[in-house]
Design a protein around this ligand. Structure first.
Ligand SMILES: Nc1nc2c(c(=O)[nH]1)N[C@@H](CN(C=O)c1ccc(C(=O)N[C@@H](CCC(=O)O)C(=O)O)cc1)CN2
Length: 284
């Protein structure tokens, strides 16, 4: 058996075409969603992700703006900018690209964003709503993963999902979203003693550790669904995931590639959240 490969870039394209129409319809009703992205410093990967967000917004006809500030920007300056964007009635979504330089407290910045404009879904109020299964902005990567599983009709309820990684932006929230869908969820992390045994039990494996090709077929139960969130740049410049793709594709029933897997869905869910924010703002 060879796994069905879930190409996130193709799903993302289909969803973006639909959003393009949605934007036309919203504009007819006087709703013009706007996303503001803030980038501090010139970290090459962050610059590339931010540019991907701008291009995707342009493609669907969404108004977007990039505010790029030097790495020396102080925490107070960034908080003051966020305050201005919170007050600006034209701005629907605010995204501060992470990671931030070490002298800025990331959590303080996340909490400064008005929850109704937090299209990243990182504000504790939005996380709390997600945990209690209320309507809110879902963090974009986990939301993208859930959308991929649903579009492929992959059963979640009653299945055993193992999440490898416990970051605030991917590991913790994807586990919660799968739990909300009635999966039984196990988290593994760097201190988990029997990780391989646990992963071998999983029907759905989400890998978000940041270690190139760490998970090979010996971890994977025959027929499992494997979602690779890792983006690792090798010395030769190529990108690879946390999963050893060629090995796992012979064992899994569904598998996401890197690149062209989860990444494009992350950006697509950001657009979706921004549209949601604009509709919410228009109803107030
Ligand atoms: N404020 C946020 N910061 C960060 C987030 C986030 O969701 N919000 N997530 C990541 C980075 N990220 C989005 O910002 C992101 C990562 C990767 C991709 C993507 O499309 N990857 C491509 C490959 C791109 C390449 O060639 O480098 C792929 O997988 O096909 C999009 C968004 C950390 N920061």
């Amino acid at each position: 058996m060879t796994a069905t490969i879930i190409y996130g870039n193709q799903l993302a394209e289909t969803l973006r075409v639909k959003m393009k129409e949605e934007i036309v319809n919203l504009k007819r009703k006087g709703i013009d969603p706007k996303l503001t992205v803030v980038l501090i410093g010139d970290h090459p990967a962050s610059k590339s992700y931010v540019s991907g967000k701008q291009k995707a917004a342009d493609y669907i006809g969404m108004d977007s703006e990039l505010i790029q500030l030097p790495a020396e920007t102080t925490e107070a300056e960034l908080l003051s900018l966020i305050d201005q964007l919170n007050q600006d009635t034209v701005v629907d979504g605010i995204l501060v690209q992470l990671p931030l330089p070490a002298h800025i407290d990331e959590q303080l910045v996340i909490e400064a964003i008005r929850p109704s404009k937090d299209v990243d879904g990182f504000h504790p109020i939005n996380i709390g709503k997600m945990m209690t299964n209320q309507d809110t902005f879902l963090p974009c990567t986990p939301y993208g993963i859930l959308t991929m599983l649903k579009l492929y009709d992959i059963d979640i309820a009653g299945k055993h999902a193992v999440v490898i990684g416990r970051s605030n932006i991917v590991g913790k929230p994807i586990g919660q979203l799968l739990l909300n869908e009635n999966a039984t969820v196990t988290y593994c992390h760097s201190k988990t003693a029997n990780m391989k045994e646990l992963v071998q039990l999983a029907d759905i494996v989400i890998v978000a550790v940041g270690r190139a090709r760490m998970i090979d077929r010996s971890y994977i139960k025959k027929g499992a669904t494997v979602i690779d969130v890792g983006i690792n740049r090798l010395d030769d410049g190529t990108l690879t995931g946390d999963v050893d793709f060629d090995s796992v594709k012979e064992q899994a029933s569904y598998l996401t590639p890197v690149p062209k897997g989860v990444g494009p869905m992350t950006i697509t869910m950001l657009l979706k959240n921004t549209i949601k924010a604009a509709i919410n703002h228009a109803q107030k």
